[in-house]
Write a protein that binds this ligand. Structure first.
Ligand SMILES: NC(=O)c1ccc[n+]([C@@H]2O[C@H](COP(=O)([O-])OP(=O)(O)OC[C@H]3O[C@@H](n4cnc5c(N)ncnc54)[C@H](OP(=O)(O)O)[C@@H]3O)[C@@H](O)[C@H]2O)c1
Length: 300
């Protein structure tokens, strides 16, 4: 089998490529950086420039499924220009892939799109399953809606469509975790805001494993991709401090201070989504890292 991955050079993409190759699944990938292009039979890069509507259509040759991970990082200050980039880098890319399949002969049967748990309204009590209908009235909530709308368009091309609503991905080198542990390492760690907000996290190997499972089991629909045990921000801070052998003595950092420092982006830290992993587990997926303790022990 050959798949086309967008965003293959990013945090999730790199681990997914590793797992695909291990399972003899060949990978084509689209990249916006010509210097990231490699030319191996099982890992072949192709250039695209979604803003200009430019794509190398050789990328879809012999491909069974597309896994769409591309998107500008949300961990950069949300100026109004950058907010446009966050949205467009997901929507324009999806539309470009759609038009490419629409206009060309192809063998693609399955479109698997990344998505986010930020679609669920911030709440301390609700346990969110995939059939929950409400939408968070926030910038990211609206980004996810547009992102998933583009994915749904692939149904019109008679493809199976899957949307992977991902929580906070935990990895040693990249993503949120290195930033979260920095103050704790220096002995000045503290919970954020009320500390009661739920953080639905997932280990890097498990998120890549879910993409592979959805691909190889031909699953369609929406799936939450979070570990079975979400934790509050206070619990996460305590677990990290324990593993790093550091004290926690400071009071929580108040929400207004986070807003002063980060602006609207502070919602990334204070918004609360307790998300259920039951649906993907019922399809036969088992987590290697179901608890935060196990995940952090592996990562740190
Ligand atoms: N990591 C998380 O905690 C998390 C949580 C929820 C959802 N997600 C979503 O999962 C997807 C993958 O996440 P990730 O953490 O692996 O992201 P990442 O490390 O930031 O990588 C994303 C990749 O997208 C491509 N890209 C960046 N800006 C782009 C732009 N303006 N236009 C087109 N492509 C662009 C880049 O690939 P090239 O340089 O090769 O073009 C980059 O390597 C993202 O859509 C992200 O929003 C991630």
């Amino acid at each position: 089998m050959r798949v086309l991955v967008t965003g293959a050079t990013g945090l999730i993409g790199k681990e997914l490529v590793k797992q695909c190759l291990k399972h003899q699944i060949k990978v084509n990938y689209l990249t916006t950086s010509k210097n990231k292009i490699e030319e191996k039979d099982n890992y072949k890069g192709f250039y695209w420039n979604p803003r200009q509507g430019e794509i190398d259509i050789n990328a879809i040759r012999g491909v069974h499924a597309i896994i769409h991970l591309a998107g500008a990082t949300i961990a950069k200050r949300w100026t109004s220009d950058y907010k446009t980039e966050i949205l467009e880098s997901r929507v324009l890319t999806g539309n470009l892939l759609f038009n490419t399949l629409h206009k060309n002969e192809h063998t693609v049967k399955h479109f698997i799109s990344s998505s986010g748990v930020n679609v669920y309204p911030s709440d301390y009590n609700e346990l969110y399953r995939e059939d929950f209908k409400g939408i968070d009235n926030s910038f990211l909530g609206n980004v996810v809606v547009s992102w998933e709308e583009v994915a749904d368009k692939f149904n019109h091309l008679n493809l199976k469509v899957s949307k992977i609503r991902t929580g906070m991905v935990l990895d040693k080198e990249e993503g949120a975790l290195p930033q979260i542990i920095k103050p704790i390492k220096f002995g000045v760690g503290a919970a954020l805001g009320s500390g009661k907000q739920w953080q639905s996290w997932i280990h890097i190997k498990d998120i890549a494993g879910i993409y592979l499972h959805v691909l190889t089991s031909n699953l369609e629909g929406t799936f939450n991709a979070v570990a079975p045990e979400p934790v509050t921000n206070s619990e996460m801070t305590k677990v990290l401090a324990k593993h790093l052998n550091k004290p926690l003595f400071l009071p929580n950092i108040p929400e207004f201070a986070l807003k002063l420092i980060l602006g609207e982006m502070a919602t990334l830290l204070t918004s609360s989504q307790k998300v259920s992993s039951q649906k993907i587990e019922k399809t036969g997926f088992t987590f290697d890292y179901p608890t935060l303790n196990k995940a952090i022990q592996d990562i740190l």
